[in-house]
Write a protein that binds this ligand. Structure first.
Ligand SMILES: [Zn+2]
Length: 290
């Protein structure tokens, strides 16, 4: 008889947990907030029909220079799980978390435990590392919503297989570029981990720090490097103004490629999710370097 109150207590807890899930206006789905849109693909891939995902940095905006608005505070306040990259990418997130007043939030720091180089946060651009992101998101969704753990495990395993396929495709494509052509100059250093994984050398990048333009000496250096290594192109993203890239390209007599996607997916279906984006980027890079 003495055990009864404990059991009743546990039952009450369970019931209130169910009630909480049932009365959210997302139809009982786990509410996930992601900082950048590239991470959405991983959450959608693992969570499928059991999650509703909201993104904080808008598609086409740069996470390095982002400033949160009041609706972003609401997004975090409403979330059950927050998925961030970490490794110094989201410098604005601590304030946002504080302003949301949120105390019970599963926070997933995707890059945690991965080998960060030169304080560069763009680890997701290596699809081998992306598998670690997927595993972390899977574990967080299971913790937040254990009832669907079987589905989360199954979806994560299936997404992993898609990443393995992608990795194989990228290797095959890069293999068609002569080794002496495997050099890139990029606008901002989002390509370090991808390039290191697939045997491309990042010769230089234009923007040393977010929002900081290079001085004339640094521009001259990049032009020299491009000429020395017979670089075929300088690469940028739609969210940046590549004026300075044109100066470098003109100086070195090479072309500008303006449509790589990395920090943000695009609205075009060809680049609307992570796997599509890396497939598209690889085509663009291989075409330019050949
Ligand atoms: Zn970036």
């Amino acid at each position: 008889m003495r055990r009864l109150p404990v059991v009743a207590g546990a039952l009450a807890l369970l019931l209130s947990a169910c009630a909480h899930k049932a009365d959210v206006n997302t139809g009982g789905k786990v509410r996930v907030a992601t900082t950048i849109s590239t991470l959405n693909s991983f959450v959608q891939g693992v969570g499928g029909e059991y999650v509703s995902v909201k993104n904080i940095v808008p598609i086409g905006a740069s996470p390095e220079t982002f400033a949160p608005a009041p609706q972003d505070v609401a997004t975090v306040a409403d979330a059950d799980v927050l998925v961030e990259n970490g490794a110094g990418l989201e410098t604005w997130l601590d304030n946002l978390l504080r302003d949301s007043g949120k105390r019970t939030l599963h926070v997933v720091v995707c890059a945690q435990g991965l080998p960060v180089k030169n304080l560069n946060p763009h680890l997701w651009m290596d699809p081998v590392f992306a598998k670690h992101y997927v595993a972390k998101i899977r574990d967080a969704l299971i913790a937040a919503d254990p009832a669907h753990s079987v589905a989360y495990r199954r979806n994560a395993a299936s997404y992993d297989r898609r990443l393995d396929h992608l990795i194989g495709q990228i290797r095959q494509q890069i293999a068609t570029v002569p080794p002496s052509h495997r050099y890139m100059i990029v606008f901002h250093n989002a390509w370090q981990y991808y390039n290191d994984r697939f045997g491309i050398t990042t010769l230089g990048f234009v923007e040393r720090n977010p929002g900081q333009e290079p001085n004339p000496q640094q521009v001259a250096q990049l032009i020299d490097l491009a000429k020395q290594h017979h670089v075929h192109g300088v690469f940028s993203e739609p969210e940046y103004s590549p004026k300075i890239l044109y100066a470098i390209a003109q100086g070195a007599g090479i072309t500008v490629v303006e449509d790589l996607y990395d920090d943000s997916v695009g609205t075009d279906p060809r680049v609307a999710n992570y796997i599509a984006m890396l497939t598209y980027d690889t085509n663009v890079i291989v075409h330019a370097l050949k």
